[in-house]
Design a protein around this ligand. Structure first.
Ligand SMILES: NC(=O)c1ccc[n+]([C@@H]2O[C@H](COP(=O)([O-])OP(=O)(O)OC[C@H]3O[C@@H](n4cnc5c(N)ncnc54)[C@H](O)[C@@H]3O)[C@@H](O)[C@H]2O)c1
Length: 268
């Protein structure tokens, strides 16, 4: 298998190193808007080469992995699926835009390409995915953050909430995922993953809690439906390279890649 990775930061870097050790992976094309980042990463790996863009590689690549930014994802998904190549995306927030999402899904159906979304920084998506095969009554995501992870949010300033004055766990937002991703863009990926997988952006409820004692982001996913109900709690450790990214996000990308390239898998 030949891979192209767009974005050589915390997730792309860890994923490329893991892919380099997989026997099924024969070649890894790396690209980054900071050209040096792709070259530095390629120099540490056996199968990788830095390229300026992935356009030429689409003629012989089996899978593109986006680990860059929402802007990058918005630009490359149509190009990749338009050529009939599979893409795995980490900047899932790009799928919030209904017109864009429906457009790229339709394009992928036309060419037979797949748009793949790993579970990222949240656990419990296996249960949510299974539940979505039947009737779901409720999906709620409760995200708890340290004030430092949310201090610059305009919505909170407009509501007169000074995050630094909060002394105990406090709910600062409750509403539909569609509103949450608009007001809290840094929370967009997990809310988008859960919404796309389950009952959509309007029916998925998001609660955001600020806890001065929280050392990193945690997510509680609650699902109720005809299957019964489940609660999953994830207490994340930040990436050592990018503290605003949870380490689990890179691990989920590696796990998803293993599942894509191997012909056996367990769980959803
Ligand atoms: N799905 C999830 O649960 C989840 C969790 C954490 C992060 N993310 C998302 O994954 C993406 C990558 O996260 P990260 O922690 O690796 O970020 P990072 O900032 O550590 O690395 C991103 C890299 O992409 C490069 N880049 C940015 N725009 C680019 C473009 N247009 N073309 C080429 N390269 C570009 C940057 O130069 C940087 O090297 C982000 O969008 C982040 O929000 C998703």
């Amino acid at each position: 298998m030949r891979l192209a990775i767009v974005g050589c930061g915390s997730i792309g870097g860890e994923l490329a190193e893991a892919a380099d050790g997989m026997t099924e992976v024969k070649r890894i094309y790396l690209t980054d808007q900071r050209g040096m980042a792709a070259e530095a990463l390629a120099s540490k790996l056996k199968k990788a080469v830095a390229v300026r863009s992935i356009e030429q590689e689409l003629y012989h690549c089996d899978l593109v992995i986006e680990a860059a930014s929402q802007e990058a994802a918005r630009e490359i998904i149509p190009k990749v699926v338009g050529r009939g190549v599979d893409i795995m995306i980490m900047s899932v927030g790009v799928l919030v835009d209904d017109d864009y999402r429906n457009g790229v899904y339709a394009a992928a159906r036309n060419t037979g390409a797949r748009i793949l979304v790993p579970s990222g920084a949240v656990c419990g998506t296996d249960g949510l995915s299974s539940a979505a095969a039947g009737k779901i009554d409720k999906v709620e995501l409760i995200t708890t953050k340290n004030p430092s992870g949310i201090a610059d949010v305009k919505y909170l300033k407009e509501k007169g909430i000074d995050v630094w004055k909060i002394t105990e766990p406090t709910v600062v937002f409750q509403g539909a995922a569609r509103e949450a991703v608009k007001f809290f863009p840094k929370n967009v990926n997990v809310a988008a993953t859960v919404s796309v997988m389950g009952i959509g952006f309007d029916r998925t409820k998001v609660t955001i809690v600020i806890d001065p004692k929280a050392s990193a982001n945690s997510h509680e996913l609650i699902v109720k439906g005809e299957f019964g109900e489940m609660t999953s709690r994830t207490n994340n450790v930040p990436s050592s390279v990018n503290p605003s990214t949870s380490h689990l996000a890179a691990l989920s990308a590696i796990s998803a890649l293993k599942r894509i390239i191997r012909n056996d898998w367990v769980g959803i």
